[in-house]
Design a protein around this ligand. Structure first.
Ligand SMILES: Nc1ncnc2c1ncn2[C@@H]1O[C@H](COP(=O)(O)OP(=O)(O)OP(=O)(O)O)[C@@H](O)[C@H]1O
Length: 257
């Protein structure tokens, strides 16, 4: 039996009579990067709140490994705008020693901002600060709620790459919510498509062909993702034209990235 950091068993959350998370089973182990995608209101944030222990399950179980340390990166840094707060002070509020805070800031690329005001940081810098705060805890599990919000497209790719590197360095598990489908497809091991219940799940290369995925996100999204992850069984000449005649056009046997 692999050791799981988190296991959800038939997890259900209801608000009044409305089912928001419906009988979800999920296991996250060390080294896993699992991304939850789904339309607005699908229950993604509610699901990760149950893992964090801030939302109670109506039925089913959330099992956490003993002494599990979770590093949480929320969607936004919400702070009282009138309260002066430096990056250093913000990090020290985590209760971790200054050396650990400084090392975490350096690792996420914002070590030079130690004495800056958190109110003056750019969107990307704020996300890296939140990641540093989570990292300073030396987590077994990183939980990220749309970590690349407010970050430009190059910054998003760099942030997802950083998350992968941190997974390797800490040998932690990662569970995140994302709407950046193209980047998610490149940066994750397993995608869970949630729409109250799990519609489909699997490796990013396969999920875009799943009828349940197409039903949830529509053909346009599925086709645009399939471009990145379809198989190739022919070659192209310098003009991009197909040169192998004995294979049907459009079917491929190598990976596109
Ligand atoms: N505490 C609450 N009380 C009542 N309803 C809630 C509560 N929290 C969330 N909801 C509702 O549950 C549904 C799922 O919300 P949730 O935030 O989990 O969705 P989401 O998939 O994260 O959406 P988004 O992509 O828009 O962030 C929404 O309809 C929301 O209004």
């Amino acid at each position: 039996m692999p050791e799981h950091l988190v296991q959800l068993n038939q997890l259900t959350v209801r608000f009044d009579e409305r089912v928001v998370v419906d009988q979800v089973n999920l296991a996250v182990g060390r080294g896993d990067i699992i991304t939850i995608i789904g339309p607005n209101g699908a229950g993604k944030t509610t699901l990760i709140k149950t893992i964090l222990g801030i939302q109670k399950a109506t039925s089913g179980q959330v099992s956490l490994a003993p002494d599990l340390v979770i590093g949480y990166v929320p969607q936004h840094l919400s702070l009282e705008a009138t309260l002066p707060l430096s990056v250093k002070r913000f990090m020290l509020l985590s209760g971790r020693p200054l050396t650990a805070c400084e090392a975490a800031l350096r690792r996420t690329g914002v070590g030079h901002l130690l004495n800056a005001s958190v109110h003056h940081l750019s969107g990307g810098e704020k996300q890296r600060l939140l990641l540093a705060r989570a990292l300073a805890r030396q987590p077994d599990l990183l939980v990220l709620d749309e970590p690349a919000q407010g970050v430009d497209i190059n910054g998003q790719a760099a942030l997802y790459e950083l998350i992968r590197e941190l997974r390797d360095e800490l040998h932690c598990g990662v569970i995140m919510i994302s709407h950046d489908l193209h980047l998610v497809m490149a940066a994750t091991d397993q995608v869970i498509c949630l729409n109250q219940h799990i519609c489909c799940s699997g490796h990013p290369a396969d999920i875009s062909h799943d009828p349940a995925f197409i039903e949830t996100f529509g053909h346009q999204v599925a086709e645009s993702l399939a471009v990145y992850h379809h198989r190739h069984n022919h070659s192209h000449d310098l003009h991009g034209d197909v040169v192998t005649e004995n294979e049907p056009h459009g079917a491929c046997n190598h990976e596109h990235h």
